[in-house]
Write a protein that binds this ligand. Sequence first.
Ligand code: SF4
Length: 373
Amino acid sequence: MSNALLPELGTLPLTPAPTRIWTPKRVQVTRAAAELPHTAEILRRCEAAGVTDIMMLTNDRLSGLRGETERETYARAKTTLAVVVAPPSQLKPQPIPPSADWRIDLAKGCPAHCQYCYLAGSLGGPPVTRVYANLDEVLAPIRTHAGRGTITTGTDLRGHEGTTFELSCYTDPLGIEHVTGSLTEAVRRVGAGAYGDDVALRFTTKFDDVTELLTLDHQRRTRVRFSVNAPEVARRFDGGTAPLTARLTALRALALAGYPVGLTIAPVMAYPGWQQGYGALLDQVTTAVAGVPDLDLTAEIITHRFTPASKDVLLGWYPQTKLEMDEDVRTQKRSKFGGVKYVYPRATMAEMRQWFTSELAARLPAAPLLYWT
Ligand code: SF4
């Protein structure tokens, strides 16, 4: 087992110091959001983080996001936090297979810079992070949808999770938590049973500032998954996130604090030597979870894919990227709504799936694979 990239187990801190904290350069608050109670908490956090450029807008349109070039627009958007009100259409939970029964969005957008970002192509306009100020309304469906759903609710495999709500479809909720407080509030309320006893939250992150989460009475009702990859893939393509080793240190700290935890191994890439790279990753995870009492660890695996729209957006954001997005070496798949995506060919997928299934079982036998896609 290789643990060269992790500190000795005995020296791993129970409350690790975060390595990556995002602080926006500017904050814009829409008029509709200004008077909501959660906005006061967001502004309190932003001010405590040292943000001085806070603009209270006189209407609900964000302003000044566009720069002279696409590069400037990208840079401005990625350093801006917008405090907005989620419209009614966003408040209706959507099914989110294979992760969870329902999707709930605390925010849309993410300040990190991953060159394969799965948000590319699904969010329109400059990639600004919009946090929702109407938090009570955002979270209310946890109560109305408890006991409903087809992914975990009432299923043989995952029924013990209760009705599940995925928080990280359109953002990295931990990455912006330091200046929003939305995640802490959601975990605290669900832990306190505010929406019933048989509901659970789940989210995935590439950040590592878990200090606040460690203090919460979570009642094991929130599963924190860390999005991880082969070390060389994470180093090369994940920008503005916590390093892989820091994510695993945070995972260990949360597991020791009783949280159910998980791995989102994504996006898995079929590059030369991928078996060694992902083997090194699994070894590091094994080291990180060694000796954790009552460990509840799951794995989810998502292979790399792209769409014509996401490729277009990503090449605009990262024109120098070395990320392989070559339609000629991929297989085209059509969704039931007619959309096109490019995935690895069937034989590559089968080989990778077989490898991951058997290596996970051998190296992390306690971690069930919830899905492969
Ligand atoms: S952390 Fe996730 S959402 Fe944020 S840039 Fe990276 S892939 Fe995109």
